[in-house]
Design a protein around this ligand. Structure first.
Ligand SMILES: *Cc1c(COP(=O)(O)O)cnc(C)c1O
Length: 469
């Protein structure tokens, strides 16, 4: 048995996995206990003796896929992870096989060229002028790098922000009055970044009744912080927020940040992909005034995990964020290409751009934009349907593909309902805390999910309610 045979076995298994899921066959997810599952997968034996090829590979994949969560199933409505286009998965195979760790151009010129093109494509979507040549970034007004996920991307952007307000932080430590300001509905990776950077707790800015940053109170809040003697390192706005999927008013916020000389970081991990759509782009109006933007491709761009972009308006901002020396890697360049290693936490770096490039290049960006528009419209249609149900409350009118709702009753009821649903495996949804309460949360990632699926989901939840959950 060789590579071709094993790939062919794998592709057949994956194809069947997706085909059955698309036909709504089998559960969306199956929660098996850890140790029995490891035993069924025969992992200990295989680690010791090897032999994962041919029929053994086939048997392993059968067990593995049976216990895998089926994103291709229209009942998958839980998390913000893309149902990847199969081309994007092919890119993951190509990257896994070539293993060109391309943070240094010479280690993977093709991978670096594709990443550079993807970054530039994203910069143009924001409205920034990218660097098109390899000679110099000086004339561009945008730069960036791809990282393993939005959480790492947020940390990276905030390091760039710190390099501007506290350029000596690496030599002298943080100035004691440095703080990160964010929306209270910011992703937890923002407060984690603050912790990792040794900045203490995030200061949360005022919001409106839907949890969006409130520009009418922001200026006073920032002035108050400055009077208190703190030095805001950056303000983090959501585009869109994780729980409810709402966009902060970026243009107004950007103007206020400029008045106060504060770095504006836009966390567009989930929602920046709406930049592709003429119809939805208004939600991100003013994003070009930000100092940095994070944009995940593995959420709304149909790309395999992980692939997240950190983009900055100042093309050298990321280089300034990292000042460590590694003489065997960093030296005067007299070779072609660009080295990304100066811009990222990571040293060995995967060809992340290939996954989003394959996704875009298989469908074209218009088709992906159309899917984003469809999913957003479908979320709004779903909210309208849920509002007609007397015992259901909808949190907010959706601005993205996320819908939060709850049945009459306490928070614990929502959690019990979701647990029952997860045990049944017919549908997979999540929950979120927002506006002081617990909500059932649908994220429409699968383009095949339709209103009949939603109605069936609600009917199943009603059955649980009738039987006392
Ligand atoms: C998903 C998300 C993140 C985290 O991104 P990962 O790629 O999961 O690390 C950060 N911010 C927002 C707003 C998100 O929705």
């Amino acid at each position: 048995m060789g590579f071709r045979e094993d790939v062919s076995i794998t592709v057949d298994a994956l194809d069947a996995f997706a085909r059955d899921a698309r036909k709504r066959e089998g559960p969306v997810l199956r929660q098996e206990r850890l140790v029995p599952l490891q035993n069924a997968l025969d992992v200990a034996h295989l680690i010791e003796h090897g032999g994962l090829e041919g029929q053994t590979l086939q048997r392993f994949l059968d067990t593995y896929l049976a216990a895998s969560t089926r994103l291709h199933h229209p009942g998958y409505m839980a998390h913000q992870v893309a149902v990847p286009l199969s081309q994007s998965a092919i890119a993951a195979l190509v990257d896994g096989f070539t293993n060109n760790a391309m943070a240094i151009y010479e280690m993977g010129p093709a991978a670096a060229a594709v990443e550079h093109a993807v970054i530039n494509w994203m910069l143009e979507k924001i409205g920034w002028r990218p660097c098109v040549s390899e000679a110099s970034d000086e004339t561009a007004d945008g730069g960036g790098v791809l990282t393993h996920g939005g959480s790492l991307a947020n940390l990276t952007a905030l390091l760039a922000a710190r390099a501007r307000v506290a350029p000596n932080a690496w030599q002298e430590g943080n100035p004691s009055h440095l703080v990160i300001v964010a929306s209270p509905s910011s992703h937890y990776s923002v407060s984690r970044a603050a912790g990792i950077m040794g900045l203490g707790p995030v200061r949360y800015a005022p919001t409106d009744s839907a949890g969006r940053l409130d520009p009418t109170r922001l200026s006073g809040f920032l002035a108050g912080l400055q009077q208190e003697g703190t030095l805001p390192l950056a303000l983090v706005a959501n585009a869109c927020g994780t729980a409810l999927g709402l966009y902060d008013p970026l243009r107004e916020i950007a103007h206020i940040c400029r008045q106060h000389h504060i770095w504006l970081h836009v966390d567009g991990a989930h929602g920046a992909s709406a930049l592709l759509s003429q119809r939805l782009r208004h939600l991100l109006d003013g994003i070009e005034l930000a100092d940095s933007v994070v944009w995940d491709a593995h959420k709304m761009l149909r790309s395999s995990t992980l692939c997240a972009a950190v983009l900055t308006r100042d093309p050298l901002a990321l280089d300034r964020a990292f000042r460590e020396e590694a003489s065997y890697l960093f030296h005067e360049k007299d070779q072609p290409g660009i080295d990304l290693i100066h811009r990222t936490v990571e040293c060995t770096k995967a060809a992340l751009g290939l996954k989003v490039f394959f996704a875009l290049a298989s469908q074209g960006e218009k088709s992906i934009a159309a899917t984003i528009e469809r999913q957003t419209a479908f979320a709004q249609e779903t909210a309208a349907y849920l509002r007609t149900e007397p015992e259901i409350e909808v949190a907010v009118e959706p601005q993205s593909n996320i819908v939060c709702f709850r049945f009459d009753g306490p928070d614990s009821l929502q959690l019990k309902l979701r647990r029952r649903l997860t045990e049944s495996g017919n549908f997979y949804i999540s929950t979120a805390e927002a506006l002081g309460r617990r909500w059932l949360r649908i994220v429409f990632m699968n383009p095949s999910t339709n209103l009949n699926d939603v109605v069936a989901l609600i009917n199943e939840l009603r059955e649980y309610l009738k039987s006392g959950v």
